[in-house]
Design a binder for this molecule. Structure first.
Ligand code: HEM
Length: 369
């Protein structure tokens, strides 16, 4: 390996002088008693911000690759690898809450009042991650929307609002799914075949319910009513007009074409050409799940630290954070998608022409999606 002109020194390369000189607890200054646990509070937050930085590094590159007109299989591999790295980091972020929880509420009270009005609300990198994933202003709950204006500096607000006009992972995933080539074949109406398989499945389920002698009449009625709701969900999926109306009501977020493509990828994910696309759907789903898990863990930790007190940023604290946990789901459609899956053995067999179109046969050079 080629040596550098000048020797590199560990601490210089990592700029440790700067990094390790950035922990300045405010207790212990201005005549206040030093609170031992404030150092932990500062270090844990800083470590989070460093990991946010790395997540953003990966996420920006994923968004950049996804924004291309055509995504080659090789790029899809890179995208999936970077998403996998994000997931690993997110796991650390969830686990790190354990370290924070070694501090007790009384220890926290020794310095908490000095922090007002600073708050996690003001973590610009956290908001950047949310926006890049697809949580833009219109999807935020009211208090969160208001904080965008009242709790951030003008510079940060303008920066984040500027980001909102750029593409997010959600939008790019929607666009990419929407241009998948396999939905229109002149000779083969896949969704008609699928509808037939769904009807057969629902008829079978109805037979199981009506033939179950262990249920009371009321229980049977209730199960049949649920089955009817499942049929209606399929009707909505397979009718663009109904689907778009549901989208208008905010019940689904993916476009109709994108949703059909996502269902198709799930159904035929055993086909080699769909391994990469299926991996990407799983990555989006798991990134959402890990962020939601972090939100829930953070909210519970907050309850343990401050009970029902309001946050230093002025929210209701635990209550507000639980609402964001419930509300701020970017890829919720991917969670609801299994509603539309049918058993492998009931799947319509794809004609050779369709398989060829999909690039299931190697050497066709049609593997790009
Ligand atoms: C003793 C520990 C902690 C307490 C008591 C706490 C408390 C809170 C509270 C009450 C909020 C709601 C906003 C407010 O009214 O201030 C909040 C938001 C937030 N906190 Fe923490 N927090 C703690 C640790 C952390 C850590 C270690 C991080 C890591 C970066 C963090 C990141 C955030 C973020 C990003 C938000 C905004 C969440 C959103 O608006 O959805 N917090 N925190």
């Amino acid at each position: 390996m080629k040596r550098n002109e000048e020797d590199v020194y560990y601490g210089d390369y990592l700029q440790l002088d700067k990094l390790l000189d950035a922990q300045h607890p405010v207790s212990g200054t201005a005549g206040r008693a030093a609170a031992h646990d404030e150092m932990l509070f500062v270090v844990v937050h800083q470590v989070y911000e460093l990991w946010f930085k790395q997540i953003l590094h990966e996420l920006r590159s994923v968004v950049c690759l996804m924004a291309r007109e055509r995504i080659e299989e090789r790029s899809l591999g890179t995208i999936n690898a970077r998403c996998a790295r994000i997931r690993k980091i997110q796991k650390l972020l969830v686990d790190q809450i354990d370290v924070m929880e070694t501090m007790t509420p009384l220890d926290f009270m020794d310095f908490r009042d000095y922090l007002v009005p600073a708050s996690g609300f003001q973590s610009v990198q956290f908001k950047e991650i949310e926006i890049l994933l697809g949580l833009k202003g219109e999807y935020r709950i009211d208090f969160d929307k208001a904080c965008f204006y009242s709790r951030l500096t003008e510079g940060h607000r303008e920066y984040l609002q500027g980001m909102e006009s750029g593409p997010s992972l959600f939008e790019l995933l929607d666009r990419w799914l929407g241009r998948m080539p396999f939905l229109d074949y002149e000779q083969y109406a896949f969704w008609d075949e699928y509808r037939g398989a769904v009807d057969a499945m629902l008829a079978r389920d109805r037979g199981i319910i009506t033939g179950n002698t262990g249920m009371t009449g009321g229980e049977r009625e209730a199960e049949l009513a649920e089955l009817e709701k499942t049929r209606e969900r399929f009707d909505t999926l397979l009718d663009e007009g109904r689907y778009e109306a549901a989208r208008g009501r905010g019940e689904v977020r993916l476009s109709h074409r994108a949703m059909l493509a996502a269902v198709f990828i799930h159904l035929y994910r055993d086909e080699p050409i769909l391994h990469g696309p299926f991996g990407l759907l799983m990555n989006a789903l798991e990134i959402d799940e890990l962020l939601t898990t972090w939100r829930a863990r953070h909210a519970i930790m907050v309850q343990r630290m401050i009970g029902h007190k309001i946050g230093t940023g002025g929210s209701s604290g635990h209550g507000y954070l639980m609402r964001t946990t419930e509300n701020n789901r970017v890829f919720l459609d991917l969670y609801n998608l299994p509603t539309f899956l049918i058993r492998r053995s009931d799947l319509p067999a794809l004609p050779d022409e369709v398989k060829r179109g999909l690039g299931f046969y190697f050497g066709g050079g049609e593997g790009d999606v």
